[in-house]
Write a protein that binds this ligand. Structure first.
Ligand SMILES: NC(=O)c1ccc[n+]([C@@H]2O[C@H](COP(=O)([O-])OP(=O)(O)OC[C@H]3O[C@@H](n4cnc5c(N)ncnc54)[C@H](OP(=O)(O)O)[C@@H]3O)[C@@H](O)[C@H]2O)c1
Length: 259
């Protein structure tokens, strides 16, 4: 007998991940598996979703910056008797600072979480999705993916990786019935900015809500788009970048992130 299907959401304890969990619980009756380090916050959200929507919600407290965490996560999902039908790689963080001034461990953790764990999770869920000829993968990138980002040099580069990787994967897996979407939000009002140390930057003045980002992302996933930019102000960005000199875009990105 085939295993029950589930949606696995990393970084569901706050912000965009929590908004995606709420909207999915309201729309789809599929089991949700919520992952983050703060298990207490996941439990609170899980109780809210169970009582409001009657869905099965499982929580897993895990630090995805640790080497091997993605493999551990997949084995915990298997122990729950679930098969991943939709993977949402949302957990991620950025740091607003000069590269040379950041502690190396934070840089390594960011690369591990934003790129390595994300790729490992995609790799782990593909075999069962291919077998079922059905599956959805949503990777949260950023508008930071489109150009070099002074003060966010590593973060921007990790998000460029997420965008390019996801678009390529979407093309590769289309024939197997698997939809892959890269979501590129602009500045969004979440805990991201407290973690990054973005206080006083211009980007804090032009923020979307996590609910709007989640709604746009789920709509694009349904349509089978390989990439979506969220927020009206951000939509033209991929086209503007093609027309503007690269140095000019780098300068503008630096201004947005300057404290
Ligand atoms: N907010 C923005 O302006 C913005 C713009 C573009 C893209 N994004 C992207 O959107 C995604 C979601 O961020 P957000 O804005 O919703 O920020 P957020 O509220 O800070 O959410 C980040 C989530 O990732 C989880 N997380 C962080 N480190 C983790 C780790 N080591 N292991 C497991 N989970 C971890 C956090 O949970 P715990 O702390 O409990 O572990 C939290 O649930 C990120 O990939 C971010 O890069 C955000």
């Amino acid at each position: 007998m085939s295993q029950p299907l589930a949606t696995l959401i990393t970084g569901a304890s706050s912000g965009i991940g929590a908004a995606l969990a709420r909207q999915l619980a309201a729309k789809e009756q599929q089991t949700l598996v919520l992952v983050a380090r703060r298990k207490d916050k996941l439990e609170t959200l899980a109780n809210e979703l169970r009582s409001q929507h009657g869905v099965r919600v499982e929580v897993i407290g895990l630090d995805l910056e640790q080497v091997g965490a993605a493999t551990q996560l997949i084995s915990e999902v298997e122990k729950l008797g679930l098969s991943v039908d939709m993977l949402i790689n949302n957990a991620g963080f950025g740091l607003n600072d000069n590269f040379g001034d950041m502690p190396l461990e934070r840089i390594q953790g960011m690369m591990q979480l934003n790129m390595v764990a994300l790729s490992e999770l995609c790799h782990a869920v593909l075999p069962s999705m291919r077998e079922r000829k059905q599956g959805r993968i949503m990777n949260i990138a950023s508008v930071a993916a489109f150009q070099a980002c002074p003060n966010f040099a590593v973060y921007g580069a990790t998000k460029s990786y997420v965008l390019m990787f996801s678009e390529a994967l979407a093309a590769e897996e289309k024939k197997n019935g698997i939809k892959v979407l890269a979501v590129c939000p602009g500045a969004t009002a979440t805990e991201f900015h407290d973690v990054a140390g973005n206080g006083g930057t211009f980007m804090m003045k032009i923020m979307d809500t996590p609910e709007t980002v989640a709604k746009t992302a789920l709509c694009a996933m349904k349509c089978g788009c390989p990439m979506v930019v969220t927020g009206l102000l951000n939509k033209p960005l991929p086209f503007i970048i093609r027309l503007m000199p690269r140095r000019c875009m780098t300068w503008m990105a630096g201004k947005l992130a300057a404290r």
